[in-house]
Design a protein around this ligand. Structure first.
Ligand code: GUN
Ligand code: ZN
Length: 433
């Protein structure tokens, strides 16, 4: 068992920051050491040369070492339609998305894009993500096979969709049940892979298909559920036309037993009081996707209102409706969305959300999202002076909070100096994969 020790400034959250002065919510070590054995963190503390022994030391000073970023909602099969010009969600889906996702029935294509997708995650410091595949089972195989190759903790699943989309992309209630079942058996719990039962959204699922998803959830409570909720006004209107008995959009998923603590609901922008209470009561997670919500003109996420009701919140890129793979870029846009809502997001809160906050949203606290003994050594090394503009700004930044805010505001993949996945260097070795 060889030990690897990373030296640098270490920052990890202990709880959700309650304000700029909440120093108890995080642990910051100016000259820190993270000891890693077999891909796991075994010790964290102040660097002490006497304790190094024959361990290998990698010195990242003056950079900041944090838990690897976590992305709780994106579509790996949309990697090649980022930046597609459309007026709104339904136009974007019909014009680009449903065309693009048809390509993934070809195994070769799925493997090629999966590889490029994981490269991009790593380039941006993201070590865990929850992604939608396409409706083709081969796209799920490619997704998890690539995660396994890279030893990454990844969540994903086959999109279930049996109407309101091109025929070539549609499955049926029965085939989506059968294929999901096979994929759960093949991939859930294999390596670090975890499966998400993934009905796309109410518009593209018949009642029979949501009932099939309900059976899957009942038979596999160990799996996640991911879907979209209340992103766009036209989407809401059509959903309620298709499910006229439902009291509201969230009520559709409620009726089919799809809401629970492992349910990830993308967007959740236009929820009324009953829906908000329902999310809080069931423990379902509302996932904030700021770059996507701005790009598609969907609306402004109301974080404060959801939090007041006790709704669990995650944050995500939503590639390809979202416009960046970077969680730094995502939180920068999230900050601006909340500014428009008259809500403040402190830099500590942003970095909490990308790490421990999203680990909690995925019920994975203690496994990822913190730098603590027993956690996976999934880490990101941040360089706040990575570009000339950042270096210039850094000259006047004296506080940790300023450094974090400039990383978020000016940073992107260039600020990611290194990434560790289960203790192995993943960014500097990208080309060697
Ligand atoms: N709603 C249903 N499918 C999608 C999708 O692929 N992207 C976004 N942003 N919203 C959706
Ligand atoms: Zn999405």
């Amino acid at each position: 068992m060889s030990m690897r020790i990373l030296r640098g400034r270490v920052l990890s959250f202990l709880s959700e920051p309650q304000g700029l002065d909440d120093t108890a919510s995080y642990r910051y070590i100016e000259d820190g050491a993270i000891s890693i054995v077999d891909g796991k963190i075994v010790a964290v503390g102040t660097f002490d040369a006497a304790l190094v022994g024959d361990g290998e030391v990698i010195d990242h000073r003056p950079h900041l070492i944090m838990p690897g970023f976590i992305d709780t909602h994106l579509h790996y099969v949309q990697s090649q339609i980022v930046a597609s010009y459309a007026g709104s969600l339904l136009e974007w889906l019909n014009t680009y998305t449903f065309i693009e996702e048809q390509k993934f029935s070809q195994q070769g294509h799925a493997a090629t894009i999966a590889s490029a997708f994981y490269d991009e995650l790593i380039r941006n410091g993201t070590t865990t993500a929850a992604a939608y595949c396409s409706s083709a089972p081969a796209s799920v195989d490619a997704y998890f096979a690539e995660a396994e190759k890279r030893n990454m903790l990844m969540i994903g699943g086959k999109v279930m969709m049996d109407r309101h989309a091109p025929e070539a992309l549609c499955d049926t209630a029965q085939s989506s049940y059968d294929d999901s079942k096979t994929l759960i058996a093949r991939w859930h719990g294999r390596g670090r892979g975890l499966y998400a039962i993934s009905p796309r959204f109410a518009i593209t699922s018949t009642p029979e298909q949501l009932a099939a998803a309900q059976s899957l959830v009942a038979e596999h409570p160990e799996c996640y559920v991911q879907t979209h909720l209340s992103e766009n006004n036209a989407e809401i209107t059509l959903s309620l036309q298709l499910y006229p008995e439902a009291p509201d959009y969230t009520g559709i998923y409620e009726h089919y037993g799809l809401l629970g603590p492992k349910t990830l609901l993308g967007h959740c922008i236009h929820l009324d009081h009953r829906e908000t209470e329902l999310l809080a009561d069931t423990g379902a997670v509302a996932v904030f996707c700021p770059t996507s919500n701005l790009f598609l003109g969907s609306g402004l996420f109301d974080r404060a209102r959801l939090q007041q009701h006790g709704v669990r919140i995650g944050v995500a890129t939503d590639i390809g409706g979202g416009t960046s793979f970077s969680m730094l870029r995502t939180l920068d846009e999230g900050y601006k969305v909340l500014q428009l809502r008259g809500q403040r997001l402190t830099p500590f809160n942003s970095f909490y959300m990308m790490t421990l906050g999203n680990a909690r949203a995925l019920s994975l606290e203690g496994t990822i999202g913190t730098i603590a003994p027993g956690c996976a050594a999934d880490l990101v090394v941040l360089n706040a002076a990575a570009t000339p503009a950042m270096a210039l700004r850094m000259q006047t930044a004296t506080q940790l909070v300023e450094e974090l805010f400039l990383l978020q505001t000016l940073g992107d993949d260039r600020a990611i100096a290194e990434v560790y996945v289960a203790g192995a260097q993943a960014k500097s070795t990208l080309d060697g994969l």
